[in-house]
Design a protein around this ligand. Structure first.
Ligand code: SF4
Length: 335
């Protein structure tokens, strides 16, 4: 990973009108940078806006406000050749591989389709040779080319091969393992890690599974109700989560050892509120065990609390040490 920014979101909003005077704020004021060669994990509960964010980044949705920069260019302003190049360089792997693959096309044609569009000078025998290469790259073989997606259990591998076939630089992986059997999940994550090294890829890896995202991500952003609440290097986030929501998410990861000490688990109160009618002030204030007056009145902004670690929480208004002290005192009272 180097520190060249490949993708940057600036104050990104994606809103949907859902009826008279009702707006669903799926993504609200999200700013982040994704560096070339890294995996940026985007995590949060279902409905937190992470998939909408990923779809907006690849231009499947038009942003409501804000900017998405790819190699410093605003993607909403791309036209002609530049837009075609962007569509080739940026690919997406979907949660449900079978729903995202045309069931009437053979696996070979699915993989070849993008190549025929983006590399029109390739002769058909060259396309077929490349299809075989990509099948092998993702752990399938040439015999799979003439078969249909539903004949195969490795649907996600087809989606990965299809994405690779247009030689992208950046792939949004939208919950790529959540529909898979547990025994397959680690294989797909390991495959994605290997492909990243071999093809110098950059990933936005969207997942609600915090245990799996840890293995693949260099940095992680935590989303709650359409907004980022914490961004940090992966190791730092797991070693010392600072935002109360991140702490609760991490404490809820299942521990395989039945004798493990679970007294420090934080149980989130209530359900995630509707993004149509988010709480005023801090969006997490209705579920946060540390919420105070200011939390219900003012929305906290994301700011850097230590190098490379940003957080939006009023607990840290007077600095990191002060925030940690307040949290510890409140933990002692709660326990
Ligand atoms: Fe909790 Fe307040 Fe921080 Fe929001 S701002 S996470 S309510 S302590």
């Amino acid at each position: 990973m180097d520190n060249n920014v490949l993708v940057e979101l600036k104050n990104l909003d994606k809103f949907f009108n859902v009826g008279k005077d009702k707006t669903l704020k799926a993504v609200e004021n999200v700013s982040l940078q994704i560096y070339k060669g890294e995996t940026f994990g985007l995590v949060g509960e279902s409905g937190c806006g992470k998939t909408t964010c990923g779809r907006t980044v690849v231009s499947l949705y038009k942003p409501t406000n804000g900017e998405i920069l790819y190699e410093n260019k605003d993607i909403t302003k791309l036209k002609g050749k530049e837009l075609k190049r962007f569509r080739k360089k940026v690919q997406m792997i979907f949660q449900d591989p079978y729903a995202s693959l045309d069931s009437k096309m053979t696996i070979g044609d699915i993989i070849a389709e993008g190549m025929r569009v983006h590399f029109p000078k390739l002769k058909e025998d060259e396309v077929q040779a490349k299809v075989t290469d990509y099948l092998q790259t993702v752990g399938l073989n040439s015999e799979h080319s003439a078969r249909f997606p539903h004949e195969l259990s490795g649907g996600q591998r087809i989606g990965i091969a299809r994405a690779l076939a247009v030689e992208p630089d950046f792939i949004v992986c939208d919950e790529p393992i959540s529909a898979l059997d547990v025994s397959i999940q680690a294989q797909i994550v390991n495959l994605l890690i290997k492909l990243q090294q071999d093809f110098k890829l950059t990933y936005l890896f969207i997942s609600h599974d915090l245990s799996m995202v840890k293995h693949i991500s260099d940095r992680i952003g935590v989303m709650y109700l359409g907004s980022l609440v914490e961004v940090s290097k992966s190791k730092d986030l797991y070693d010392r989560p600072l935002h109360p929501y991140t702490k609760a998410l991490l404490s809820a990861i299942p521990i395989p050892d039945p004798n493990a000490d679970t007294k420090d688990r934080i149980k989130l109160q209530g359900e995630i509120p509707s993004p149509i009618d988010a709480p005023s002030g801090c969006k997490f204030s209705t579920r946060c065990p540390y919420a105070s007056e200011i939390c219900r009145a003012e929305r906290p902004v994301l700011k850097e609390i230590e190098k490379g670690h940003t957080i939006s929480c009023h607990l840290y208004n007077d600095g990191l040490e002060n925030g940690l002290r307040i949290m510890e005192e409140m933990d002692n009272k709660i326990n």
